[in-house]
Each structure stands twice: as C-alpha cells, then as structure tokens.
Write a new protein. Structure first.
Length: 632
C-alpha cells in the first residue's frame, strides 16, 4: 500500500496547472511542444488517477490535508482533499476521457495556428475539473467551479475570429453565471444554517433545520447543476457551445464539465435526503429536460448539434435518476428511504460513467467525420462514409448502439437502472422516459443513416478519409469501453460505495425492464429506418411539415424567450437603474451633497477677507446681535 496517497492526489491536481502556466508563459509560439507537454501531463493524470482509484487508497472520511486559506471572524475558508469512491470514479473518468481527447487533438488540431493556446486551455480545464473532484468543501468546489467556466469559455472561443464562436462563448459564460449565482447563495445559506460547508460534516447531518431553508438550500445549490449540466431553462448555452473545436465538445460538453453538476448533486445528497420535496423538483426538471432535448434533436442537421441535444437529454436522465431517489422503493431489508436515495445516486453516476464513454466516442467520431470531410458538418452533405471511413463507421456504430440501449452494451445497463427506478417510483416519469428512449433511438439511427449509408452527397464526402493513428486509437479505446463499461467486473469492486448503490431489477422486474428496453429501442430504430431514406433532405420536413415546424418552434422557444427577456426586460431595467444611478445617486446624493458643501464653503470663505476693517465690522455686528438676543 502507498504510504502517502495524498501526495499523488496533489500531483494530479497541480500538474495540469503547471502545464498551463508553462505553455502560457513560454510556449505560445511553439504549438507542437505545447501539445506534447499537455498530452504527457494528461497521460500522467490518467495513470495516477487510475492507480489511486483501483489501488483502494481512500482518504474521504477525515481529510489529512486541510489548510486554512482565509479567516474572517468566526468564518474560516479551508482548502482540503476528499477522496472516496465517488471522487475516485470521477477522477478515473476525467483522466481517461481527458487523455483520449488530448491524443485525438494531436491529429485534429495538427494544422491549427493557435495550437499552443488550445492545449494550454485543455490543461487549465483539467486543473479546474480535478479541483472540483477532489475538493472537500462547497466553497472550494465553487472556486474550481468558476475556473471550469473560464476554461470552457476559453476553449469554446478558440476560433475567436468567428462571430458565432465569440457569441457562443459569451452565452455559455453568462448563462452559467445565472445558475452559479443561485449556487453561491445556496452555499452561503448552507453555512448560515448548518455552520459548515465541509462535505464530511454535511454527510453527518441527521435532521433538517426548521423552516423553508431545509428545502431552499438544496434547491439553491441545484441551481449550479442546472447551469453546468444544462437543464431547463438554462440549457440554451450547450447547443451553441458546439462552435468550439470538436475534441472540446467531447471533453467538456459531453463527458466532464456538464457531468460536474451531477457529481455535485451526489456530493450534497445528504442535504437532499433531509428534503424529499426538493428531490421531487429535481426529478421533474431532469425528466422535462430529457424529453425536450430529445424532441429538439430530431430536427437537427448539424452532426454536432444532434449530439449536443442528445447530451442534454442524457443529462436529463441522470438528473431524473437522482431525483427519483426521493420516492419509495421496496427492495431488500433496508428502509425504503435509504434504498431510494442510494439508488438515485448510484443510477445517476452509473449512467454518467457509461455516457462518458459512448458520448465521448461519438463526439470524437463526429470530429473524425468532420476532419475527413474537410470540416463539413451538415449531415445532408455526407453519406456513404461507411466505405470511406470504415474504422470511424465501426466505432461510431458501437456508440450509437450503446446510447440507444442495445442489449448488453454499456448504455443498456445504466439506462435500465434509471427506468427501473422510474417504474418503481413514478409512473408518469417512467412513461416520459420511455418515450424519450424511443426518440433517442429514432434520432440517433437517423443521424447514423445520413452520415454513413447511401451515396455520397457532396464533394467533401466523396473525398473523405480516415485520420491518422492519433485520431483512430482513441476511437478504438472508447469503443471498447462502450462495450464493457456496464459490467461490474470492469470496476473490480473499487467503486462499491457508488455503483453498488444501484437498485438492480430482480426476477419479474428484470424481465419487465428488459422487455421495455428492447421494445423502446426497437420502436425508435425501426421508425428511423422506415421513415428516413439516405437523401439530401429531411423526410420529416417534407412529409410532416407541420410537425417539423412545431419541433423547430419548440427548439427556438427558449432562445426567443431569453432574447425577449434580455431586450425587453433586462435591458430596460438596466437602463432604469442607470438613470437612478446618474440622477439619484451620482447626481442628487453624491453631487448634490458635494454642491451644498461647496456652497457653504464659498460662503465661509467669503467671510475671511484678510481686511482688519471687515473683521471689526463683523465683530461689532455680532456683538449687537448677541446683545439683542440677550435682552429678549
């Protein structure tokens, strides 16, 4: 056993920061060297992270390193490490996916003039994400939470010369600030109510505080997850974030950053255990997001935006799974409440894990397609790529089968765990998630057909080709994980504190869920095969224009609302506040007070002329006034 595993954890955290600093300070004009340093750092992170995770080393109950950073009166802000099964699982995901994305980027970004800035941004993001994973208190999580937002902004804005990329980066940053404001208020309220924000202390809470704060605190903290994990109504930034380089989409917007919200919810599960009403809200937000995003994905023509809405939908599954732990589950000898909460956390993290594998695979696969088609992203201008890019076709197909729940692939197991929770806890949620699963199979098979089958529909597709080894090796590795990622043997019992919490269906429940899963997958896939023909147009738009227009309107509704809110409400309110500031505060209070003081000063100064005669007259006048007042 390692004598001091904490040193390795600190190394994992500081290495990407050092990499980002070296690249920013010394290698801005040396892209190839920067790329190698950043990739080598990612390899060390993956190796050390997996070693820590699978060696059984844990220091989550009592952090051996917690240093005071800031003290204000009785309040102390500490920086410390928490490494338990949950953070070990997340560290493994971040390390493996991060390494795959770095290696893939070596080929994808080979000719990019700003390669050094790109890899420096990746290292900065890795540092921030690992900080969230290893933090032992909510304030420390929030610090790295904001750094993750900065890293996302930098990477989305990599092609800053494109107005769409600059706008998307700003949109992502600003929308997340809305959720983060609620998150920060929740952290402050948590400290005020419980006198701690340490995760170990919060895990020991057994009774809620009196009043609405018991529900309000977890819901305020949930606001942070709504922003980062792009849940309704703060989901609007994620589809636009596809303006960044495709490997960034795989790392940040599919596998890690957007999953940080789910991870944070599981971290603060004890607070939700004290407030089942809050968990019910979470359940419905996740369910609504899953269905809404699946409906939006049906109409997309950009390969990356299909995957973006798919990510939104799958994140909704995870959030719904966490919320489903609020309701009763009759399972085993444990109390219904305990099993319910545990099952919600386990199912959410299980799907987070498998989703990281197959969604990163499909995003990198889409990057391989885009690279091979000379940066063409319109699926209606592709086609026939199965013969042009056989390895990409094979691995992408595995990713599609995994996400639609093909039996015994990774997504099949994790999706079934969520459907089982829904079946046991809430019939309406179960029905909605089943419909969403049908839509998932429908739009993913639609995408797969348009990209890989039929004849080529553009010159770019006709000249498509596979990338080099740096782009194909990650696809093969992620494809293997998408196949075996749902089997407990892969994890060797090292994450039992998380994955063992899943409520597995047994007996007739197992048969029912298996049948339901097979039916919804078959319905969606068969509908896509029958409805869509590999052609240069969307069959839905031609055969059902009303439905197509309705889905487009649904997709644009939130953006339209946000634009209306900003233009008609926020801007006008800001203008009103500006006038209040200029006229009321700066004008009347500040300048008005200064004007009165200045006038009195001028009057007082006029009395001091330096003339002896004037002072004698003032003396005599004052004496007469005093005599007059005294005589009365």
């Amino acid at each position: 056993m390692l004598q001091n595993p904490l040193l390795l954890a600190q190394l994992v955290l500081l290495l990407p920061l050092a990499s980002a600093a070296v690249i920013a300070l010394a290698l801005r004009r040396h892209g190839n060297i920067a790329a190698l340093i950043s990739t080598f750092t990612a390899a060390i992170i993956a190796a050390v992270g997996l070693f820590l995770a699978f060696s059984g080393q844990r220091f989550g109950v009592t952090s051996p390193a917690s240093a005071e950073w800031l003290t204000l009166g009785n309040f102390t802000l500490s920086l410390g490490f928490k490494f338990d099964d949950l953070s070990a699982l997340m560290l493994s995901i971040v390390g493996v996916i991060g390494l795959a994305v770095h290696v893939f980027s070596l080929g994808y970004m080979h000719d990019d003039d700003a390669k050094a800035r790109y890899f420096g941004g990746l290292s900065l993001f890795m540092f921030a994400m690992l900080g969230i994973v290893l933090a032992d208190n909510l304030f420390m999580i929030f610090i790295f939470w904001e750094l993750v937002g900065l890293g996302s902004y930098v990477l989305i804005n990599h092609y800053h010369f494109k107005p769409s990329a600059a706008a998307a980066a700003k949109k992502a940053f600003i929308v997340n600030r809305v959720g983060d404001f609620g998150f920060l208020i929740g952290i402050i309220a948590c400290y005020a109510a419980y006198d701690t924000v340490n995760l170990n202390d919060l895990a020991g809470l057994h009774s809620p505080i009196a009043g609405p704060l018991a529900v309000g605190i977890p819901l305020l903290l949930f606001c942070g997850a709504v922003g980062k994990s792009a849940q309704l109504p703060l989901h609007v930034w994620l589809p636009d974030a596809m303006e960044g380089p495709t490997p960034v989409s795989a790392l940040i917007h599919a596998a890690t950053m957007v999953a940080a919200g789910i991870f944070m919810l599981c971290r603060i599960e004890p607070l939700f255990a004290l407030a089942p009403q809050a968990l019910t809200v979470v359940m419905w937000v996740g369910t609504a997001t899953a269905l809404y995003a699946a409906l939006c994905a049906v109409t997309q023509s950009d390969i990356k935006k299909v995957l973006a809405y798919s990510t939104l939908s799958q994140l909704g599954f995870m959030v719904a799974a966490f919320g489903l732990g609020s309701l009763k589950i009759a399972h085993g000898e444990a109390s219904a409440h305990e099993v319910g909460i545990a099952a919600g956390v386990g199912a959410a993290m299980f799907h987070l894990t498998t989703h990281a594998f197959f969604k990163a695979l499909m995003f990198l696969g889409s990057g391989s397609v885009i690279h091979g088609c000379h940066h063409e992203q319109d699926v209606f201008k592709m086609g026939g790529l199965a013969k042009k890019m056989p390895l990409t076709f094979a691995t992408f197909t595995i990713g599609v089968l995994a996400i639609i729940g093909f039996p015994y692939l990774a997504g099949f197991f994790s999706k079934d765990a969520i459907l089982y929770l829904a079946m046991k806890n809430s019939t309406p949620v179960f029905v909605i998630l089943c419909v969403t699963a049908v839509l998932t199979a429908f739009y993913m098979v639609r995408l797969w057909k348009f990209v890989f089958l039929g004849a080529t529909r553009s010159d770019a597709a006709a000249h498509a080709h596979e990338g080099g080894l740096s782009m194909t090796i990650p696809l093969v590795g992620l494809a293997l994980l998408s196949i075996v990622g749902g089997y407990e043997a892969l994890y060797g019992g090292h994450f039992d504190g998380v994955l063992k919490l899943i409520a597995h269906p047994h007996g007739s429940d197992h048969t029912t869920i298996f049948a339901v899963s097979l039916v919804v997958m078959s319905l969606g896939a068969a509908a896509a095969f029958l409805f869509y023909k590999p052609a240069a147009e969307d069959a839905l738009a031609t055969k059902a224009p009303g439905a197509f227009a309705g889905l487009i309107g649904l997709q644009k509704s939130f953006d339209a609302f946000c634009n209306y809110y900003v233009a008609k409400i926020q801007q006008r309110f800001a203008l009103l506040l500006n006038y209040v500031d200029l006229i009321g505060i700066s004008g009347f209070i500040v300048r008005g007070t200064a004007g009165v003081t200045g006038g009195l000063s001028l009057a007082a100064r006029a009395l001091h002329t330096g003339s002896l005669h004037t002072y004698v007259y003032w003396f005599l006048g004052g004496s007469v006034l005093l005599w007059f007042l005294a005589s009365r």
